[in-house]
Design a protein around this ligand. Structure first.
Ligand code: PLP
Length: 451
C-alpha cells in the first residue's frame, strides 16, 4: 500500500519548488549542475525508502532544473503548466491508464473524445475532424503527413500502408522557405524525403508569397504555417487553401503555437482561412500550458488518419467505441488528453482566449520597451514572438550570453534573414506584465554593461 506521507511529500516538494522558482536565476548555477552526479554512482544493490529517493531528487535535481515553469522563461516556445493541468496530470499518473484501447480504459477513451470535441470547437476546426493525441508537434506533423500520404496515394490507386513507397506514384511536397525543421524530420521518417521538396519564396516576415506558388496538382501536399517559429507570422491561408484545393492538393498546417490565436476573437484575422486546410498539427504543451509531452494531430477526414495509423492483431479487442490507438503512431502511451481536458475545463473558452491574448500583449509590451530604448526589433509582433538585435552579430551574441548569465530571464538566440537576434517567446500563464518590465530592466542593464 502506498503511504499518504509519500504522496504528501511529493506535493510538499513540488509546492516548495514552484514557489521558490521566482527567487533564483532562470538558468541553474554551475554549482547546481556540478552537483548532479549525486544522482548517479553505482546502481543500488538493494531497495531504499521511496521518500529518500524523492528527497535526493529534490535536493540534487531541483536546483539544476531550468525554471521553465516559472514566470520569466522566454526560450524557444515553451509554455508553463496550468495549475489544473499539473494537478490532473498527477491524478492521471496515479490512475496509470493505458489508453490504447477502449476496453483498456473506458474513462480515458471518453476523456479523449471530450478533449477532441472541445479542441475542435475552441480552435474553430471542422467539428467532424479526428484527433490523435501525440507527443508534440513533430509527431503531429508526422501523423498528419502520414494521413496525407495515404489520401493522395489511395486516390492514385496505391495502397501505401501495404506496399510502401517503392514504385509508388511520386508525391510533391511544397512549402515555404522557412519550413520548420520538424516538418523536414517528418518527411524523412515518412520516406517522402526531406530534400525532395519545392520551397516557395517568402516575404520579410517569413510568409509564403502566393504569387510564387508552383503549379499544384492532386499529388501535391502544400504545407503552410500558422506561426513562423521566428517572427510568429501567419501564411496567407485563405488564398493558399483556395489555390491548392482548386488543384486537388492536400493542405497541411504546421500550427504548433500560432493556431492558438484562433481561440482569441480579437485576433482571428491572423488565423482566417486556416480551418479550410485538410490537417493541422499543434502543441498543447506550448500555449495551452499543459505538462510535457502533449501534441495534437488533427485531420479533416477521420478515415485517412485511421487508415494511416491503425493496425490489428488477434488479441486487440476492438469495440464499438473509439479506440484511441487507431489515431496515433503508438499503441501504449500515457493518458495525455487528461491534461488537455483539465486545462480546457478549468479555463473555459474565455480563459484560453485571455491566456493567449495576454501573452500576445506582453510580447507587444516587450517590443515597445525595447524600441523605446533604441534597440531594433526585427519582426512585426503579431503573436508572442519578438526578435531583437543589439548591434552586429558579435555584440548581440555577447549581450545574449550576458542576459542568460544574469538570470532574471532566459531567452535564446536565432539568426533571422542574416541578422543575429535574441528570440523572445512569451508563452506562459504565469507571466505578468511586471515580469516583462523586470525583464526589460535586466536587458537594458546588461546591454549597457556589455557595450
Ligand atoms: C515547436 C514547433 C514544432 C515542433 O514541436 P515539438 O512539440 O517540439 O515537437 C513544429 N513547428 C513549429 C512551428 C513549432 O513552433
Amino acid at each position: 500500500m502506498i503511504s499518504k506521507e509519500l504522496l504528501d511529500l511529493a506535493a510538499e516538494l513540488s509546492f516548495n519548488y514552484l514557489n521558490t522558482l521566482d527567487s533564483r536565476g532562470v538558468f541553474p548555477t554551475d554549482a547546481a549542475i556540478r552537483a548532479l552526479p549525486k544522482l548517479g554512482g553505482p546502481l543500488p544493490e538493494s531497495p531504499s525508502d521511496p521518500s529518500e529517493v524523492l528527497r535526493l531528487m529534490h535536493e540534487a535535481g531541483s536546483p539544476a532544473t531550468v525554471a521553465m515553469a516559472g514566470r520569466r522563461y522566454f526560450g524557444f516556445v515553451i509554455g508553463g503548466s496550468l495549475p489544473a493541468a499539473l494537478a490532473a496530470n498527477w491524478l492521471a499518473t496515479a490512475w496509470d491508464q493505458n489508453p490504447g484501447l477502449y476496453v483498456a480504459s473506458p474513462a480515458v477513451s471518453v476523456i479523449e473524445e471530450v478533449a477532441r470535441d472541445w479542441l475542435l470547437d475552441i480552435l474553430g476546426l471542422p467539428p467532424a475532424a479526428e484527433i490523435g493525441f501525440v507527443t508534440g508537434a513533430t509527431m503531429a506533423n508526422f501523423t498528419c503527413l502520414a494521413a496525407a500520404r495515404h489520401a493522395l496515394l489511395e486516390r492514385a490507386g496505391w495502397d501505401v500502408e501495404a506496399h510502401g513507397l517503392f514504385n509508388a506514384p511520386p508525391i510533391t511536397f511544397v512549402t515555404g522557405q522557412e519550413v520548420h525543421a520538424s516538418v523536414l524530420k517528418a518527411l524523412s521518417l515518412l520516406g517522402l524525403g526531406r530534400e525532395r521538396i519545392v520551397r516557395v519564396p517568402v516575404d520579410d516576415q517569413g510568409r509564403i508569397d502566393p504569387d510564387q506558388l508552383p503549379m499544384l496538382d492532386a499529388m501535391t501536399i502544400l504545407c503552410i504555417q500558422a506561426g513562423n517559429v521566428n517572427t510568429g507570422a501567419f501564411d496567407p491561408a485563405p488564398e493558399l487553401c483556395r489555390v491548392a484545393h482548386d488543384a486537388g492538393a492536400w493542405v497541411h498546417v504546421d500550427g504548433a503555437f500560432g493556431i492558438w490565436l484562433s481561440a482569441v476573437p480579437s485576433r482571428r484575422q491572423h488565423t482566417a482561412g486556416f480551418a479550410d486546410a485538410d490537417s493541422w498539427s499543434l502543441d498543447a504543451h506550448k500555449w495551452l500550458n499543459v505538462p510535457y509531452d502533449s501534441g495534437i494531430a488533427a485531420v479533416r477526414e477521420p478515415r485517412h488518419l485511421r487508415a494511416a495509423m491503425s493496425t490489428s492483431a488477434s488479441y486487440l479487442i476492438e469495440s464499438d467505441h473509439r479506440d484511441p490507438y487507431m489515431y496515433t503512431p503508438e499503441m501504449s502511451r500515457r493518458a495525455r488528453a487528461v491534461d488537455i481536458w483539465a486545462a480546457l475545463r478549468s479555463l473555459g473558452r474565455s480563459g484560453v482566449a485571455d491566456l493567449v491574448d495576454r501573452n500576445c500583449r506582453q510580447a507587444e509590451r516587450f517590443a515597445a520597451g525595447l524600441r523605446r530604448a533604441g534597440f531594433e526589433v526585427l519582426n512585426d509582433v503579431v503573436a508572442n514572438q519578438v526578435l531583437v538585435t543589439f548591434g552586429d552579430a558579435e555584440s548581440t551574441l555577447a549581450t545574449i550570453a550576458a542576459i542568460q548569465r544574469e538570470g532574471t530571464l532566459w531567452a535564446g538566440q536565432t539568426v533571422y534573414r542574416g541578422r543575429t537576434a535574441l528570440r523572445i517567446s512569451v508563452s506562459s500563464w504565469a507571466t505578468t506584465d511586471d515580469d516583462i518590465d523586470r525583464s526589460l530592466e535586466a536587458i537594458f542593464r546588461v546591454a549597457r554593461r556589455v557595450e
